[in-house]
Design a protein around this ligand. Sequence first.
Ligand code: TXA
Ligand code: MG
Length: 364
Amino acid sequence: MQEENGKKRETRLFRVSDENFDSILDEAAEIIRMGGTVAFPTETVYGLGADGLNPDAVLKIFEAKERPPGNPLSLLVHSREDLGKVAKNIPEKAFRLMDAFWPGPLTIVLEKNDTVPEITSGNLPSIGLRMPDHRIPLELVKRAGTPLAAPSANLSGKPSPSLAIHVLADLNGRIDAVIDGGGSAIGLESTVVDMTVEPPVVLRLGAVGVDELEKVIGKVRSTYTGAEKKAGDAVPEKQAGQKYSHYTPNTLVVLVEGEREEKVSEKIGILLEDYLSKGHKVGLLLSDETAGFFTAEGLSANECFLLGSRKEPEEAAKRLFEGLRALDAKGLDLILADGSFSLEGLGAALLNRLREAASVRHVV
Ligand code: TXA
Ligand code: MG
């Protein structure tokens, strides 16, 4: 808990509208310049920002999130001119990625400059950079006049926040302010690609897919090749920045996935009956189609959160963290999660997040 004079920090809530945008952004930028912490929406998830070049400010992020020291933060930038301040020896391929995907959900890991404090980069010689596609963080970076260290605005180990209420649930009393700018359009964290190695390595899959990266820069190394790793694909070793990547709800998550959608629904039904018969309180995280199958079969659980159609992984991605948080708050013994979503578009990243959240995985 961050304390000032032994007191809990008061977290201010700014609700942005077109009328007050300017004054709120000025106030928030002032908090950042003074070395404080402000959470804000981005198109991926909410971020917790502080002056990325001020080690005392960055320490506040680690304290508020209870983030393990050494886990590197990435920086949000506002323009290409900011790059030279924080990165060096930028490869030509990295510029091609910026042309193709910035502003947007792609974090590019580059060699860092000495201006970036060690606490920000987790003592690594590299730094992740992203130009977000959202006017609030872009303006905040611009008005604060410094790149923002901005990890997801959740307690370490919790699902990332896609709404301001998620941020408050985790960080109220630990940070200076939250800007409520509505729900995150994507709902999953950015794709992270390490451009300090050749071929580049995908460290985390987000809305920018492996195929899309390869169209722009040629071969990349990745474990994320769709549903399953293809035979013969190289698996990159865990990189320094990846060792802390797991977040899991407190409630046990059991994931059912498989190529045949009806089989997945059937298996979830069998597991549900089994757990209920043993007296467990069960929550369901389902596609509309599996929910429809359950209604037809006369099955029901203690709690259910619908992610939308399995044919629309974009919609499901937007609601995933909300669903995990909502079910996690219900005091259940376990959550049965539906892995029958299409792997097109955001589907591969969605399945990846479901797998990370799950402690038990059934493939049917
Ligand atoms: O979409 C996003 O990227 C969001 C929004 C708020 O911008 N941010 C976010 O930050 O998800 P964070 O810190 O929760 O995740 C950044 C990921 C982490 O897995 C971190 O370990 C990795 O990027 N990372 C950052 N810098 C790195 C580096 N120099 N080398 C390897 N991995 C790095
Ligand atoms: Mg995070």
